[in-house]
Design a protein around this ligand. Structure first.
Ligand SMILES: [Zn+2]
Length: 118
């Protein structure tokens, strides 16, 4: 069971990496996507794991641990932005995906570039 899960996670990561490197967009964004998918984007959670800080809370809301997903999607300030970008009816799916599936979902749906909600 555990071996199957590890194999599945490895396959999932390979798929996300392929999508990131094939993505046709600005190089800076591709590098940001790479940092997100490899989980090296600097957040307070990342810094705490490396003993660079003892405070892993989000500096914006101060209520939750600043993980990558919190910083990019779940923080109240991020949610204000996403509410203007995510089409009605997709918010529930959008807000409940794990990081890898959320990245794939965003790359496939090109939010923020062409499909802006009025
Ligand atoms: Zn926050």
């Amino acid at each position: 069971m555990m071996r199957a899960l590890i194999l599945w996670l490895g396959t999932m990561l390979k798929m996300v990496f392929k999508l990131v490197w094939k993505w046709r967009g600005h190089e800076t964004i591709r590098i940001l996507l790479w940092k997100i998918t490899t989980k090296v984007l600097i957040t307070n959670l990342f810094r705490r794991h490396r003993h660079l800080t003892q405070d892993d809370l989000c500096p914006i809301c101060g209520l939750e641990v600043e993980s990558i997903l919190h910083a990019l999607r779940d923080c109240d300030d991020a949610q204000c932005l996403w509410r203007s970008l995510v089409p009605c009816g997709l918010g529930s799916e959008f807000n409940n995906l794990d990081l890898e599936h959320w990245i794939i979902w965003n790359m496939k749906n090109s939010l923020g570039s062409f499909d802006l909600k009025d």
